[in-house]
Design a protein around this ligand. Structure first.
Ligand code: TRP
Ligand code: SF4
Length: 411
């Protein structure tokens, strides 16, 4: 069924904007054809923001919500946080032993970024920042991924990954690592509403999670043809941002709009109104899915735990209540409150419940740990990340074992 293995990731930057949509939709499409690992690259954030981690958990959460709302499916794909799979750090260390410094120093993204940060008065000449692309190589190779869907800016990193794989295979006489290929899409560049690059920090973005009001505000702020002062003046669609958006999102109407604009038969208000409708239509289902993932109530999970008695009693190591009936510890059950969701989500929660119970039974967690896990993390998004990291870790561990074998690290 599977063409191969994909790994891709993004640094956690909080809410994404509609410029990211086409990339995410591409990821979502690929899920059916490939075994996919989608990673929140929090360690990569640390390479430049090691001194500012306060927003890391929230940024991670917001970005994952965007992914899920666009159709990244945690049942099909492992959605996980890089730092939770510590094997990435381990492989990075092994690779660091045999990677020439010059490979990293000549990386164009390294030099560019150093200059950028210097301009902002920030010194990031750290060990970790230089190693950024090598960590990325470890991210990819630890899943033996053969395909990496990324933007063009990442190509030097994929090339380095191939060199790292080749060198490892050569040094240790193995064919463990494939040489992965980048999978480039053709994604339209969506400008910010003021015509500059779309960016949260410029305040010119339309967030994937924007409310109707927010979208309205942004569309109204879009710059049209500055020379068109009155409705009777002929317009120039080629300089108009609204029109740029129509090119991307409303191709069928394009010819008509251009003609009507040039002939002053159409006002900018009509264009904006139409664009607003199109963007709304695009974002409405995404918003809906996001809201469902955001909701955190746990009734079904609690129910699952209760029903799991049967399963657990077969294992014979549970506490008994007064009637001699074996049960899941009260304190655990109490932690699971309410969950409402679709059938599919409930099934998914059930599966995760199973995982927690299994680990409890296997002695990975004791009762207090289970309560901690539940208190701290038991909402759908965090569960997805726990589960995804668990899944990723299985593969990562397996690769590490083979790497250590190849390197004669036996003890
Ligand atoms: N460097 C990527 C970026 O800045 C994020 C990233 C980290 C990544 N590890 C990766 C992308 C592995 C693809 C594969 O966007
Ligand atoms: Fe732009 Fe439409 Fe106004 Fe022409 S009519 S300038 S295309 S918004």
């Amino acid at each position: 069924m599977s063409k191969g293995t994909i790994l891709s990731g993004m640094r956690p930057t909080g809410r994404l904007h509609i410029g990211h949509l086409s990339v995410l939709e591409n990821w979502a499409r690929l899920q059916d054809e490939y075994r996919c690992y989608f990673m929140i690259a929090d360690l990569h954030s640390l390479t430049t923001k090691f001194d500012d981690t306060a927003e890391l958990p929230n940024d991670t959460r917001q970005m994952v919500l965007d992914w899920l709302s666009v159709g990244i499916d945690p049942v099909k794909s492992a959605v996980f946080v890089q730092s939770a799979v510590r094997e990435h750090a381990e492989l990075h260390l092994y690779f660091s032993m045999n990677t020439p410094l010059s490979w990293l120093e000549r990386c164009p993204t390294y030099k560019d970024q150093l200059v950028q940060f210097e301009k902002q008065g920030k010194d990031i000449t750290t060990y970790g920042f230089l190693g950024y692309p090598l960590l990325q190589a470890a991210d990819i190779l630890i899943y033996l991924a053969d395909t990496v869907p990324v933007g063009e800016d990442q190509l030097p990193h994929i090339e380095l990954t191939r060199e790292v794989a080749r060198r490892f295979n050569f040094l240790y006489k193995t064919d463990l690592f494939p040489e992965p290929q980048a999978l480039l899409g053709r994604f339209p560049l969506v400008p910010g509403v003021d015509g500059r690059k779309m960016s949260k920090s410029y305040g010119n973005d339309i967030a994937i999670s924007a409310s109707t009001d927010e979208v309205k505000k942004r569309v109204n702020a879009m710059i049209t043809d500055p020379e068109r002062v009155r409705r009777e003046d002929p317009g120039h669609p080629e300089v108009c941002i609204v029109h740029k958006y129509q090119e991307i999102y409303n191709n069928e109407m394009l010819e008509y709009v251009q003609k009507a604009c040039r002939g002053a038969e159409r006002g900018c208000v009509a264009c904006k109104k139409e664009l607003l409708e199109i963007v709304e239509e695009m974002l409405a289902p995404i918003r809906e899915r996001r809201a469902r993932y955001e909701k955190s109530s746990y009734e079904d999970l609690r129910q699952y735990i209760l029903n799991a008695r049967e399963y657990l009693s077969g294992q014979g190591s549970l506490q008994s209540d007064d009637n001699g009936t074996e049960r899941v510890p009260e304190a655990v059950v109490d932690r699971f409150k309410k969950f409402t969701g679709t059938r599919r989500e409930k099934n998914y929660l059930r599966e995760i419940g199973q995982y927690i119970i299994d680990d409890y039974m296997a002695g990975v967690f004791d009762e207090n740990d289970v309560c901690d896990v539940v208190d701290a993390k038991m909402d759908l998004v965090n569960l997805i990340l726990i589960k995804g990291s668990q899944r990723a870790r299985l593969t990562a561990r397996n690769t590490i074992k083979k790497v250590r074998d190849a390197m004669n690290l036996r003890y």
